[in-house]
Design a protein. Structure first.
Length: 255
């Protein structure tokens, strides 16, 4: 198996780490909570960062009219299937495809990951703005509109006396590493493909020198295959002077 295919194989397997490690984490800090409340978001469920964290978050949010964090959402059924299918596709490409297919898998994973982040943002927006009008406590912005409690998609945000943090976890980093590794596989595969081509041009240039000795000995820019390898060959003395050794001819042709 070529080096680029091995790299692509690793890239296809890395996203499976999402089944072992959290994808994202949201943490809430407040004076009344010495230990911050936190929620880990996995590819197929929500989990407490500490025992009973989600229960406490739900109780707290109930007072301002926010929805309870559900035990499951439709995405928890869709995302695992998507990761498994994309991994299988990546493995097939790693064993059967060439470097162009590596780039295709990279683009596909970037699109799917972007769509997943956008879906996460929409869920957060609905969670923080679609409030119960009969809530016990109501807060308004300075302009009189109802205050939203949407946590940040990425970074830190102050909400009343809470500080919310939202950052990726190891599962997200493994997914990103897999996507980036597929791009590396593309460039490695492209470089591997060019090496035999350059070596073939070396041989062509060498043999053309032998057959053209005594006749036309100049290299014509834009017409000669030797010129297309490197422009410096147009001034290569090995093609204009007396017959050199094979090693000297190869030495004049740069990578």
């Amino acid at each position: 198996m070529k080096k680029s295919n091995i790299i692509m194989l690793i890239a296809a397997l890395l996203p499976l780490g999402l089944f072992l490690f959290p994808l994202w984490n949201i943490t809430l800090e407040a004076p009344q909570y010495p230990i911050p409340l936190g929620m880990n978001i996995h590819i197929n469920d929500f989990a407490d960062a500490h025992p009973h964290d989600i229960k406490n978050i739900n109780l707290m949010n109930h007072y301002v009219g926010m929805k309870y964090i559900p035990d499951a959402i439709p995405e928890f059924k869709i995302f695992p299937i998507g990761i498994i299918l994309s991994t299988l596709l990546g493995l097939i490409i790693a064993f059967k495809g060439n470097y162009k297919w590596f780039l295709g898998w990279f683009i596909l994973m970037v699109v799917l990951s972007t769509a997943g982040l956008y879906d996460f943002y929409l869920w957060e927006h609905d969670y923080g703005h679609n409030l119960d009008p009969k809530a016990i406590m109501k807060f308004t912005n300075p302009d009189g509109t109802v205050m939203g409690f949407q946590p940040p998609l990425f970074g830190t945000k102050h909400i009343l006396n809470f500080t919310a943090h939202s950052y990726p976890r190891l599962g997200a980093f493994l997914l990103g590493a897999g996507i980036f590794t597929s791009l590396i596989a593309y460039f490695v595969g492209k470089k591997q493909l060019n090496k035999p081509y350059k070596e073939e041009l070396r041989q062509i240039c060498l043999w053309r020198w032998w057959f053209r000795k005594g006749r036309q000995t100049s290299v014509v820019a834009g017409q000669d295959v030797c010129f297309s390898l490197r422009p410096e060959l147009a001034h290569c003395q090995a093609f204009q002077d007396g017959m050199p050794s094979i090693q000297s001819v190869k030495g004049t042709i740069q990578e």
